[in-house]
Design a protein around this ligand. Structure first.
Ligand code: ADP
Ligand code: MG
Length: 258
């Protein structure tokens, strides 16, 4: 093809927003000519590349939008360190049916047992399933809600949260909130009831959630909604972090000795 046609084609592809085809058509055309490939086959391969690039861009955007604090996945989670945890059930969550059914999930247990790690891994899996996910620490979410309220933007934020298929609220219980903050968080939780999924991690057993939500009545009402149709995982055991540092410490000590 003469250069001018290539340039015209590139202009058209740009207008049609097909950047991958634009970048690849010449190389693929050479390959197709060498392999004596038909026109349809060539067009198919080009469109496949464009579709694949679009899918991966969408996924990247979805993961970015979710706002995970770090990247953690199942492949780096050592289930043998948490033998009482139901691994098949956790991996089942990664398939996402519970999101379709608007179920919730609570990961509860001591610090360092991998609650945040698994919450992120589940969130990432849901992004790959095409779901809209948002990740917040409880403290962060309450701050965002309070700020939005001050700036008369609360409805806007609530609508945004409403659009997510999975809202992850990490570290509920480390900090208690003001009455107003607790009420806002309660509103978010209650709004999602049977409409969209929540994943909450907490170091507190349910019996102590009234420390966060101030008042038995609000806590009871909230737990009633949250735990109806909910997968609860108890993550008890030694802190993985602690165990790892002990292990390296022991190795270091052994090295010194030997
Ligand atoms: P939690 O949220 O329960 O306090 P984290 O998920 O933050 O615990 O875990 C603390 C650190 O230990 C993280 O770096 C996490 O990736 C790691 N970790 C915890 N449990 C495991 C595990 N079973 N396998 C691999 N890494 C783990
Ligand atoms: Mg955590």
């Amino acid at each position: 093809m003469p250069d001018t046609s290539d340039m015209l084609l590139k202009t058209n592809l740009k207008r049609l927003r097909l950047p991958t085809i634009s970048a690849e058509f010449q190389a693929l055309a050479r390959e197709a000519a060498t392999a004596n490939e038909g026109y349809e086959r060539y067009l198919l391969r080009l469109t496949e590349l464009e579709v694949a690039a679009r899918q991966s861009n969408t996924l990247r955007a979805r993961i970015k939008q979710a706002g995970f604090p770090v990247h953690k996945d199942f492949d780096t989670y050592d289930f043998s360190a948490m033998p009482k945890l139901n691994k098949p059930k956790i991996l089942e969550l990664a398939r996402g049916e519970w999101i379709e059914k608007k179920f919730n999930c609570v990961l509860s247990g001591e610090p360092g047992t991998g609650k945040t790690h698994l919450a992120i891994a589940i969130g990432l899996a849901m992004c790959r399933e095409g779901k809209r996910v948002r990740f917040f620490t409880a403290a962060n979410l309450v701050t965002r809600l309070e700020e939005a309220q001050k700036q008369y933007q609360l409805d806007r934020l609530l609508t945004q949260l409403d659009k997510t298929d999975l809202l992850i609220v990490d570290e509920l219980g480390y900090l208690s909130f003001s009455r107003g903050g607790a009420e806002l968080l309660f509103q978010v939780f209650a709004d999602r009831y049977e409409r969209a999924s929540l994943l909450v991690t907490s170091n507190l057993p349910f019996s102590e959630w009234n420390q966060v939500f101030q008042g038995e009545r609000m806590t009871a009402a909230l737990l009633d909604r949250l735990t109806h149709r909910c997968h609860v995982f108890q993550m008890n055991g030694e802190s993985y972090r602690f165990r790892e540092s002990m292990a390296t410490g022991t190795k270091r000590a052994a090295k010194k000795k030997g």
